[in-house]
Design a protein around this ligand. Structure first.
Ligand SMILES: NC(=O)c1ccc[n+]([C@@H]2O[C@H](COP(=O)([O-])OP(=O)(O)OC[C@H]3O[C@@H](n4cnc5c(N)ncnc54)[C@H](OP(=O)(O)O)[C@@H]3O)[C@@H](O)[C@H]2O)c1
Length: 246
């Protein structure tokens, strides 16, 4: 039995990396997914194997009007929206003393302002669903200070608190809000780490399971939070990191 039958999801940043893995997991469980990103190049090819159950819509999460239009497209195309996965995010590394303000700003604009727009604009649609779900994306670095990652660590820490606050506010409106916090995943931006044996060998001993996670393992966790199995989970940050100590 599939767990997301008749559900409609919007996944930002869903045409590659972890977003694509979440999209694939949702489609495998019977959902229809509107996948959003700024760049359309390669999106059609990336989603082709999912057939008509995954469609691409260009959107920039930094722009409220763009996100509003994305949700409108999803609702018109599939008759409503039940699940919003605010997955789009980026990293702007560098020690603070040398970090360009533009890089700092870029991280806040996408990771936090984008999150705000995705959650706020989704509310009227998810409320109509009667069983709305919001899933945000933090990171293991959101609770573990890491040199050279001030903008990323800060925005991901804020994502976790934002999730907890919004979970309180939206529960009376029939919407749960939870956060996935992946650790070292061999997918998307995590692939860079996997490809650098010298760096990975320093981090591997911190992971109890001694290996990187897969995109599929993140997709499975997203299905759990989006489906009936996760209906009583709210305001939770779910770590998917193989047991990570810092
Ligand atoms: N991979 C990991 O190991 C890992 C670990 C912990 C947390 N995470 C989190 O998981 C999420 C996905 O990461 P990833 O590794 O899959 O990254 P990724 O491979 O770099 O993909 C990021 C996606 O976000 C989209 N995006 C970026 N800015 C956007 C914007 N302004 N509007 C709309 N879409 C935008 C990108 O598409 P366009 O550039 O075309 O817009 C792309 O599809 C992020 O929030 C990240 O912080 C990842």
């Amino acid at each position: 039995m599939v767990r997301l039958k008749d559900k409609v999801a919007v996944v930002t940043g869903g045409a590659r990396g972890l977003g694509l893995k979440i999209t694939e997991a949702f489609v495998a469980e019977g959902a229809r997914v509107v996948v959003a990103a700024r760049g359309a190049a390669g999106a059609a090819e990336a989603l082709a194997h999912l057939g008509e159950r995954a469609v691409f819509a260009q959107a920039d999460v930094r722009d409220a009007a763009s996100v509003r239009s994305l949700l409108g497209v999803a609702a018109d195309r599939f008759g409503g929206v039940d699940i919003m996965v605010a997955n789009a995010g980026l990293s702007r590394p560098g020690p603070v003393a040398g970090l360009a303000f533009e890089d700092w700003s870029d991280a806040l604009d996408t990771n936090l302002n984008g999150l705000f727009h995705c959650v706020k604009e989704a509310v009227p649609h998810l409320e109509k669903s009667g069983d709305g779900r919001i899933i945000t994306l933090s990171s293991a670095l959101g609770s573990r200070p890491t040199r050279g990652a001030a903008s990323y660590c800060s925005t991901k820490a804020a994502t976790e608190m934002f999730t907890r606050v919004v979970a309180l506010e939206l529960a009376p409106r029939g919407i749960t809000v939870n956060c996935l916090s992946p650790g070292f995943i061999d997918e998307g931006m995590g692939k860079l780490l996997a490809a650098n044996e010298a760096v990975w060998s320093q981090y591997a001993p911190k992971v109890a399971l001694g290996r990187m996670g897969s995109g599929e393992e993140v997709g499975d966790a997203a299905v759990y939070l989006a489906s009936a199995t996760g209906s009583y989970v709210n305001g939770h940050v779910l770590e998917i990191n193989g047991g990570l100590s810092w």
